[in-house]
Design a protein around this ligand. Structure first.
Ligand code: GDP
Ligand code: MG
Length: 329
């Protein structure tokens, strides 16, 4: 059996138990969870490594939590829903999490409308079954849901009691495409922090530069040594041209200093240690087209490219970093 990997989005209204499920899945399968920086960009929440088991190959599931689905009534709410939609677009599978102690209400309907629009492959996951004595009472609910969307599977679970989680994982793995792990499993404890550090730096690049620069840059963390009190990080911002490099460095190094300082503060908050951050800028023409560069060094870019590849956007030509919708990031 081939190794499988993919992105799985957990969708559901607030209080359905999304976070509980995420933690249960990540905890049970020995994996790590990413640091809890709640910035809009950090949609990757947990990585679940499923070991090889009888007759089945191993798998890596990248679980993506989404803000609770609701009908947006503010611009922030709208932005959050854009986040949800974007997360959905890149997913191999959506788990629609439903609290079985509640009837379907407009918020659930809203989640289903989203699914419909995306045409995403989805499982209906019925959570909190520990609160239902007579399981037959689930049947009408399942019927009702099945009328609303073509779910591939319906899986009852209890996230708190860890019931049904193995079934859920097995079913998830079965529908994932064959593919390599996105995160090296020997580095599970620091890879996400490392990745988040790169993210923080890239975020500062995005905030402080304009035009083509944000999309021409990527951040590679070359060194990451986490200590109890101090974390040493060396990172390089890659851009494509000398001119961009000049802007990123800035007059007398001002821009790089600004980016580095803001990123350092953010990473310190995330890690809870002091951070020593060495930041470099390099012009690497054509890095975006270098598959090897992308594959080996930059998770985020890798994820983005993958997501863009999966969702050819209408009327925007070849997916490329410039043509993607990065506005909400
Ligand atoms: P989220 O808003 O969807 O992330 O929901 P949370 O994970 O924060 O859970 C909301 C509440 O539901 C918490 O009080 C959880 O303890 C509870 N909860 C989650 N899963 C279960 C379950 O399987 N059974 C029961 N009885 N409670 C659950
Ligand atoms: Mg939650």
């Amino acid at each position: 059996m081939p190794f499988r990997s993919g992105f799985v989005c957990i969708l559901g209204r607030p209080n359905a138990g999304k976070s509980t499920l995420l933690n249960a899945l990540v905890g049970e399968k020995l994996a790590i969870i990413s640091p809890k920086a709640q910035t809009t960009r950090n949609r990757i929440q947990g990585i679940v490594n499923v070991p090889k088991r009888n007759g089945k190959g191993g798998a890596q599931i990248v679980l993506i939590d989404t803000p609770g689905v609701h009908k947006p009534d503010s611009s922030l709410g709208r932005k959050m829903m854009v986040e949800v939609r974007e997360a959905l677009e890149g997913c191999d599978l959506v788990l629609l999490l439903m609290d079985v102690t509640h009837k379907i209400d407009p918020r659930d309907q809203f989640a289903i409308d989203l699914l419909r629009r995306m045409g995403a492959r989805a499982f209906l996951v019925l959570n909190k079954i520990d609160l239902i004595k007579e399981k037959s009472r689930l049947l009408p609910l399942i019927e009702e849901y099945r009328k609303l969307y073509k779910f591939d599977e319906v899986i009852p679970i209890s996230a708190t009691k860890r019931k049904g989680l193995d079934d859920l994982l097995n079913s998830v793995v079965d529908v994932l495409p064959a593919g390599p792990a996105y995160f090296p499993d020997d580095q599970l404890t620091d890879q996400p922090a490392r990745f988040m550090a790169a993210e923080s730096i890239r975020e500062q690049v995005l905030l402080n530069t304009s035009e083509e620069i944000p999309y021409a840059t990527t951040v590679v963390v070359e060194q990451f040594e986490e200590g109890k009190r101090l974390t040493k990080i060396a990172a390089t911002i890659y851009c494509e041209r000398e001119g961009q490099k000049g802007i990123l460095v800035g007059k007398g190094g001002q821009m790089l200093k600004k980016i580095g300082m803001a990123a350092r503060l953010q990473v310190e908050k995330m890690l809870g240690t002091k951070v020593f951050l060495e930041l470099y800028v390099k012009a690497e023409p054509g890095w975006r087209d270098s598959r090897q560069f992308v594959d080996e060094l930059d998770w985020r870019r890798q994820l983005e490219q993958r997501m863009l590849r999966q969702v050819p956007r209408e009327g925007k030509g070849q997916p490329s970093p410039e043509s993607g919708d990065h506005g909400a990031e």
